[in-house]
Ligand binder design. Structure first.
Ligand SMILES: C[S@@+](CC[C@H](N)C(=O)[O-])C[C@H]1O[C@@H](n2cnc3c(N)ncnc32)[C@H](O)[C@@H]1O
Length: 297
């Protein structure tokens, strides 16, 4: 198992090296997310079951599927680690009456999340702050649930382990850690497949994915019990395919806009990665999983 190492060493600015690319990616791709993907505020894959009719429903369903792995009751405190623009946090507060504190690295996301909370009149239940989930400025035992939806994938292996330790620290005894994320199926792959993975993930500001064995092992190392990871990829298949089709369709237009300096390198890399994720999926290199674990009482 990887030990915390150089990838968590602060850059000259004093923050870990992964922070800047993540912020640049999200701030630079807001237009794409808003126009092409987000229906509602969720920035994640969709979950399709028999009742799902639309992409919008599938996005909410993914959050619902993760929430189903804990018993949330009014008054409980949830930390949303990597909250995006607040989609899951606002849905959890509206649906269960829980109090949610969402953290992100991006000031632009923070401003949007606060605006959406105000519009929905949920400021009494939901707050947003800037914080790195690998070094949380919150006391031990402050939360009933730590929630991480497609956020932990972004940080390097050592930082993923730091996140799990922080999650365990800030949870109350008996609290639940819930994660929806993408995982490698194995390590290492052939060099061709490693190159494909790297090119895909780099365009989305992701260092590397953990394998399912790594993430479950690190969760146990962080003190969690009842560690359980479910592969839900078949439920996300239509979502994965949708993104690929959109990317194929938008590809030529994107190149023209890029040549006219109307699209940035970050936006074009985002589009290219939307195609590469499909190639990696077809080679069976990654899966989407729901991870749940308990902090012992
Ligand atoms: C794909 S978005 C998911 C947002 C949200 N969970 C959702 O499902 O709509 C990933 C989020 O993780 C955040 N993130 C990534 N690394 C982080 C870190 N080390 N600390 C805090 N937030 C982080 C990003 O800023 C972004 O908001």
């Amino acid at each position: 198992m990887a030990e915390p190492g150089n990838d968590t060493v602060p850059a000259a600015s004093g923050e870990p090296a992964y922070v800047e690319p993540i912020v640049k990616y999200y701030d630079g791709t807001w237009f794409d997310y808003r126009v092409v993907w987000m229906r509602g505020l969720g920035m994640h894959w969709g979950y399709w079951d028999d009742q799902t009719r639309t992409h919008a429903q599938s996005l909410t369903n993914m959050t619902r599927a993760l929430a189903g792995r804990a018993s949330m009751r009014p008054g409980m405190r949830v930390l949303d680690a990597g909250c995006g623009v607040g989609g899951p946090a606002l849905w959890l507060a509206e649906t269960y009456g829980v109090e949610v504190l969402g953290v992100t690295l991006s000031e632009a996301q923070l401003a949007r999340a606060r605006k959406y909370a105000a519009r929905r009149k949920l400021e009494h239940l939901v707050r947003f702050e800037i914080a790195d989930f690998t070094a949380l400025p919150y006391d031990e035992g402050s939360f009933d649930v730590v929630w991480a939806q497609e956020s932990v994938c972004h940080v390097p292996a050592a930082a993923k382990q730091l996140f799990l330790k922080e999650a365990s620290r800030v949870l109350k005894p008996g609290g639940r850690m819930l994660m929806e994320d993408w995982f490698r199926i194995a390590r290492p792959y052939t060099s061709d497949n490693e190159t494909l993975m790297h090119e895909w993930l780099e365009g989305w500001a992701i260092d590397d994915l953990a394998t399912t064995d790594e993430i479950t092992g690190w969760s146990r190392d962080a003190g969690f019990t009842d560690v359980d990871l479910r592969n839900i990829t078949p439920f996300a298949f239509r979502s994965i395919r949708r993104l690929h089709r959109l990317a194929r369709w938008l590809g030529p237009g994107g190149l023209i806009l890029k040549a006219l300096h109307l699209r940035t390198d970050v936006e074009q890399a985002n589009l290219r990665s939307a195609k590469l994720q499909w190639a990696a999926y077809q080679r069976n290199l990654w899966l989407i999983g729901l991870l749940a674990a308990t902090k012992p009482s």
